[in-house]
Design a protein around this ligand. Sequence first.
Ligand code: UD1
Length: 341
Amino acid sequence: MGKILVTGGLGFIGSHTVVELQNEGFDVVIIDDLSNSSIDVLDGITSITKITPIFENFDLKDKPKVQAFFKVHQDIVGVIHFAASKAVGESVEKPLLYYENNINPLIYILQELQKLEASNFIFSSSCTVYGQADDLPITENAPIKKAESPYGNTKQIGEEIIKDTCLVSPNLNAIALRYFNPIGAHESTKIGELPIGVPQNLVPFITQTAIGIREQLSVFGDDYPTPDGTCIRDYIHVVDLAKAHVVALQRLINKTNTLNYETFNVGTGTGSSVLEVIKSFERVSGQKLNYKIANRRAGDIISAYADTTKANDELGWKAELTLDDAMSSAWKWEQQIKKNN
Ligand code: UD1
């Protein structure tokens, strides 16, 4: 089936994707520097799939190591590049760290792929590239808005770098997947999200509040122009998102792609408000959540959800799991973390 390099393969989305790749018969090599992940995730992956992926622990900013890796692993047929820093607030404080972490490795990997006879590349992009879109649901043709943060900018620049490289590299096939809001965990509760410190994202904050790590959730604003006044997002189950990577990779390997650089939205197509997410949590967990309405968070957009027609039609992919499925798995995962500590 061929060997696939997954960078950041011990992270939240990376680990779930490794599981789905192995389920489909791919051999996986992970590069991860454990900067925002744990080595225990390797055991989690192994206990789900009964296969231990090859694992290399190094920092992709080390160009000679990236070059040496591709010399040794000449049989790599595809790369899924997750490894990146992702905290929006931190990126504002430390822009150079974000530009260095998120751009340099991308360049080094593409330089190696350019040397190969044929190569396939999948990039973790984000719906953040659309900013507050003028039209909802958001299609891939929506204009790219000025980035709100260095983090968001690295996703835009990353896409541009890949597009420009593909223009001059007929041997390179690439897809950028623009994720909406990934949440949830694997149903086995062997892998899930492991936020470091205080979670910035809604769902881990909800589950940590419910389990008693956090006192109370603040709902950032209830005076937005939405039906219940809270912001709307497209929350996608991480397992559905992981499967989108597998079908995108198969499209590239089987050469059913129409252009050698393509972008796809990966979301459910349905928007949910913050209060709807809380209600879903309360429904599946059977407990009330302690929350209050607080001020708006700077930089938040009002509403974003995907038009998934392109992914449905061209990738033959569609999200299958519901918001309740995702909240239920996130809650089971939080309880599992507590049991293990
Ligand atoms: C955030 C990032 C986005 C990034 C994505 C990655 C910002 C402004 N945006 O998206 O660039 O690609 O994470 O996962 O940080 N909320 C609360 N209380 C909380 C936390 C969140 O009410 O304690 C609300 C937010 O206002 C928002 C929704 O929940 O309406 C989702 O927030 P979050 O999970 O942080 O995702 P995004 O802001 O969509």
